[in-house]
Design a binder for this molecule. Structure first.
Ligand SMILES: Cc1ncc(COP(=O)(O)O)c(C=O)c1O
Length: 381
């Protein structure tokens, strides 16, 4: 039983804690042809293009489902059967893009780095120069597996210089870390409602250059996950092809208003950076070690090494923190035993400090004295 009466604070990569006003925006019913809903949908699409600095050359097309549905729709729609993708992998979400290509029978190759090493634009440059058959580059902005930030601006310039198309999974960064089409020449970026934009889960979207999407008719191997068809239908009658997630879109509009009121990407990023700093400093003061050095850390989610102290057991730690009102996240790394704590969602410095207090009390209760990770055995190196 939880010791607190409110919903727990979600210190995770999503779904995330949302504001009361975002939840309240869902207290209505709309039909899919309802004029009020159609107007909300149009405003949400326009605002998302504006957040990406997209201008008239770009369009936002939403898609029902979690973020992965939109990633899959983007790959299926943009990468034709005779194309070939270079997939940049330093974590689980890069790997997932390769898996989607496998499902769709699309041709690809991989450039891979360890989970604690960012994508390197020079390697992308060399590979594109060597392989003219590569038509697309797929990469992740913030690899949520570790919390590492990849240099998308540098990579986008390299990809554009080679005349190829760069498709960015900006799921966990969009809205808090700048992705400006004017500086980062991407073909398409994909994200969802429920991460840094602080809406509720249920819708993803692509922000894509219109000329590129216009050339994608017939590419998608899936009807429901065809961004071209979704776009054409929405342009024709302003409606969704299939049942729209009306409540989710209404909540999204409210979330976007709150994003703007906070100062847009700069304001949202500032709060998350503060959350991240408070978290990292507090955890280091308790003896925990972060996977990443500060220079590579995105202010989204932080990976901590598992303490070596035998009194530390992650499931018990998780459960006790939940009882105190905080949900954290297991690790997803292949290179180290770890867990993660997020800094995004409708929470600030006060909640991060209170979470640190709860962590300290929990560690005392578990009898954990040392939070440092095991020192690697040089014989195993
Ligand atoms: C970078 C990235 N890509 C894709 C996804 C997949 O999104 P979803 O879990 O909403 O399908 C996530 C989810 O955390 C993510 O962080």
């Amino acid at each position: 039983m939880s010791q607190v009466s409110r919903d727990p604070w979600l210190l995770t990569p999503g779904p995330l804690t949302t504001s009361l006003s975002v939840k309240q925006a869902m207290l209505h019913d709309w039909g899919s042809r309802d004029e009020a809903f159609i107007a909300i949908n149009a405003r949400v699409r326009e605002k998302l293009v504006a957040i990406a600095g997209g201008g008239d050359d770009f369009v936002c097309v939403p898609m029902q489902g979690s973020g992965t549905f939109s990633i899959e729709a983007a790959i299926g729609t943009l990468l034709p059967a005779n194309g070939r993708a270079l997939i940049l992998i330093n974590g689980a979400y890069g790997k997932r893009m390769a898996k989607i290509c496998d499902y769709y029978g699309r041709s690809y190759e991989v450039l891979a780095w360890p989970e604690d090493v960012p994508n390197d634009a020079r390697a992308v440059d060399a590979r594109l120069a060597a392989e003219p058959a590569l038509t697309h580059v797929f990469g992740v902005h913030c690899e949520t597996t570790s919390g590492i930030l990849n240099p998308v601006e540098e990579i986008a310039k390299v990809v554009a210089a080679h005349g190829r198309q760069y498709v960015i999974d900006a799921m966990s960064s969009f809205g808090a870390i700048e992705l400006d089409a004017g500086k980062t020449p991407f073909a398409a970026a994909v994200a969802s409602s429920n991460k840094c934009l602080e809406g509720v889960p249920g819708v993803g979207f692509i922000i894509v250059r219109k000329d590129i999407l216009a050339a994608c008719e017939g590419n998608a191997p899936s009807l429901s996950l065809d961004f071209y068809d979704q776009w054409r239908a929405m342009e024709a009658n302003a409606q969704w092809r299939f049942t729209p997630p009306v409540h989710c879109i209404a909540a999204f509009e409210q979330a976007l208003r709150e994003h703007e009121a906070e100062g847009g990407v700069a304001g949202r990023g500032r709060r998350y950076r503060r959350n991240c700093r408070v978290l990292v400093e507090g955890m280091r003061a308790l003896g925990f070690a972060t996977l990443l050095p500060d220079a590579l850390q995105a202010p989204i989610i932080v990976t901590f090494h598992m303490p070596a102290d035998p009194a530390f057991e992650f499931n018990a730690f998780y459960r006790k923190l939940h009882e105190r009102g905080y949900i954290i996240y297991p690790g997803k790394l292949t290179v180290a035993d770890s867990f993660r704590i997020g800094c995004i969602g409708r929470l600030g410095e006060a909640q991060m400090k209170a979470a640190l207090e709860a962590i300290k009390t929990t560690l005392d209760e578990m009898g954990v004295r040392q939070c440092a990770p095991a020192v690697p055995d040089p014989a195993e190196a």
